[in-house]
Every structure is written in structure tokens, then in C-alpha cells.
Design a protein around this ligand. Structure first.
Ligand code: UDP
Length: 310
């Protein structure tokens, strides 16, 4: 089995490449290190692994065009709010031009392709939990729109390649995910809080900390993505992949402090604009379609992540 992972040097990508290699696949990782680091690739060396440095908004190089891939996992996109807001236009380009380039490759090669969309497509939701039927409440011109509208355009592209060309498409909507190989400077709540606690610094809470998220451990996400990719059913999704255990951001901070034994204090500052107040997946569709549900509890997953950062 030959598999291409775009964005393979990032947090989810490295973990996915590692797992696919352990299952005997030949893996090609494509990345431009826009938000990831070459250092992450150290764990992926071996005869079955190949790396191609490339920016997906440019025409694909010959080594990829001649790759004969069976499956493509399309992950490439800056994903944390500080990273995707560094260059809004670039984020939009990756989400549309990058997706178009990789879809054309999948069409040429007859490869199955999985698109990593996001819970951000639900925006600041008026319903909870969010199921796949819910169309979301997104600010189309807000500061997060390069990412959430970008991903919505991506979903439309993937669905239309499925409809128009009968391409083997799978769309997952990933809810907040954490685990080893997150970047220390990613800017996300889990990585920020762990790094701050380990350095006995103040824990930076945006807003009053009553906004909620549902955090899933990386291994659960990978299991869901791989099951969906390999499902026989030609069902394109979208399918939510997340852990329905919903907590406030203040509860997350308190849990990290207690697990690390840190003396850190909570430091509150303004909530960024358009920051969703709640988020929790309805995962019945994933259960029904490919018998998936998360297995790793928050404390267990946080302990493994703290160990990685220590
Ligand atoms: N957040 C926070 N402090 C931080 C980083 C994030 O309070 O140092 C908040 C952020 O405003 C949001 C929540 O934690 O309400 C989750 O943020 P994250 O960036 O992890 O994910 P996303 O906003 O994409 O769900």
C-alpha cells in the first residue's frame, strides 16, 4: 500500500505517518515546514519512508505526480489560530488551491483521498452537541474566516469531486486534538498550558475561561481516520471525529496544574474575536458508519502529553 500524507511533518501528520509505517505501508510525506519542523521527521526514517519538501499551492513535482498512490491523507494547512492568522491569504490559498492540486492528483491516480476538515466549520455554534447536519454559525469575513471558510470551501471541493468524478472521497471534521509532537509554540490551549505549567509560568486564559471545548487524544483521532479511509462503503461524509467529553478552558487549566504539580497562577486576558463559546461533537455517525469511538480519557492523554513535553 502506497500512501501520501500532505502536511505529514505537522503534529497530526507525524503521528499518522508513524502509525501507517508501523502497519507496513510505504509512506510519502509532503510538507513545506510552514508550521512544522524537520526535527519531527527524525522518528520516521527507514526504507518505507520518503519525504518531499513542497508547497501545495505550487504545481506538484514529478516525484509526486509519478507516485502511484493508493491512498492520500490531505492534512496540509496551518491549523492553530496564531498560525493560520499569520498570513490569512496564504491560509485561504492552501485551503483552496492546495486542495484542488491534490484532488487532481487523486483523480489522475484513482487514489482514495481523505480530507481533514474541522469543527471550525460549525463556527460559534447555536446548538450543542454539533452533528454533521448542522450548517454552522460562521462569520464569513471575521479573523478566523481564512480557516473556517477556507475549510468549508475545501469540503465543497471534495464533495463535488465525489459527485462529479466519483472519486473515493472521505471528509472528516476533526475536533480539538492534542498529544505528543504538538509544537511548543503552536499557541493552542493544551500545549500552552502544559509548557507554561512545566516552566512554572502563569497560565494564560483568554476570556473568563467558561468557554468549552472537547479534547481528544491523537491516537483516537488516528484510529477514526484510518477506519474511515479503509471503510468499504463509498460514503464521503462529512463525519465528526472528536471526544464528546466537554470541559471549560478553566477546568482544562486546573487539570494541567494538578497533573504537573505546578505552582502556576491563572492569568486572564481578553477573549479573541469570534472565539467559539462552546464545542462538542455528536459522534453517532462515526459509531454507525465505522464503529468508532474514543478510548483515551482526558487525564490519561494529558499525562502522556506532559511526559512528551517534559
Ligand atoms: N485559549 C486560552 N489560552 C491559551 C490558548 C487558547 O484560553 O493560551 C483558549 C482559546 O481562546 C479557545 C480555547 O482555549 O477558547 C481553545 O483554543 P485552541 O487554540 O486550543 O483551539 P480552538 O480555538 O481552535 O478551538
Amino acid at each position: 500500500m502506497k500512501i501520501l500524507v500532505t502536511g505529514g511533518a505537522g503534529f497530526v501528520g507525524v503521528n499518522l505517518c508513524k502509525r501507517l509505517l508501523s502497519e507496513g505501508a510505504k509512506v510519502t510525506c509532503l510538507d513545506n515546514f510552514y508550521t512544522s519542523s524537520e526535527k519531527n521527521l527524525e522518528i520516521l526514517r527507514g526504507d518505507s519512508f520518503e519525504f518531499v519538501k513542497h508547497d501545495l499551492i505550487d504545481p506538484l513535482p514529478e516525484s509526486i505526480l509519478s507516485g502511484e498512490f493508493d491512498q492520500i491523507y490531505h492534512l496540509a494547512c496551518p491549523a492553530s489560530p496564531p498560525h493560520y492568522q499569520k498570513d490569512h491569504i496564504y491560509t485561504l490559498k492552501v485551503n483552496f488551491i492546495g486542495a484542488l492540486n491534490i484532488l487532481e492528483l487523486a483523480k489522475e491516480q484513482g487514489a482514495k483521498i481523505l480530507y481533514t476538515s474541522t469543527s471550525e466549520v460549525y463556527g460559534d455554534p447555536e446548538v450543542s452537541p454539533q452533528n454533521e447536519e448542522y450548517r454552522g454559525s460562521v462569520n464569513p469575513h471575521g479573523i478566523r474566516s481564512c480557516y473556517d471558510e477556507g475549510k468549508r470551501a475545501g469540503e465543497s471541493l471534495f464533495m463535488n469531486y465525489f459527485r462529479q468524478y466519483d472519486l473515493g472521497v472521505r471528509i472528516v471534521r476533526i475536533f480539538n486534538t492534542y498529544g505528543p509532537y504538538m509544537d511548543r509554540d503552536d499557541g493552542r490551549a493544551v500545549s500552552n498550558f502544559i509548557v507554561q505549567a512545566l516552566e512554572s509560568k502563569d497560565i494564560t486564559i483568554y476570556g473568563d475561561g467558561t468557554q468549552t471545548r472537547s479534547f481528544q487524544y491523537i491516537d483516537d483521532l488516528l484510529e477514526g481516520m484510518i477506519r474511515f479511509m479503509n471503510s468499504e462503503d463509498n460514503f464521503p461524509g462529512p463525519v465528526n471525529i472528536g471526544n464528546p467529553h466537554e470541559i471549560t478552558i478553566k477546568e482544562l487549566a486546573d487539570t494541567v496544574i494538578s497533573l504537573t504539580g505546578a505552582k502556576s497562577q491563572l492569568k486572564f486576558s481578553e477573549l479573541p474575536k469570534d472565539d467559539p463559546l462552546q464545542r462538542r461533537p455528536d459522534i453517532s455517525l462515526a459509531k454507525d458508519k465505522f464503529d468508532w469511538e474514543p478510548k483515551v480519557g482526558l487525564e490519561e492523554g494529558l499525562k502522556k502529553t506532559i511526559e512528551y513535553f517534559t
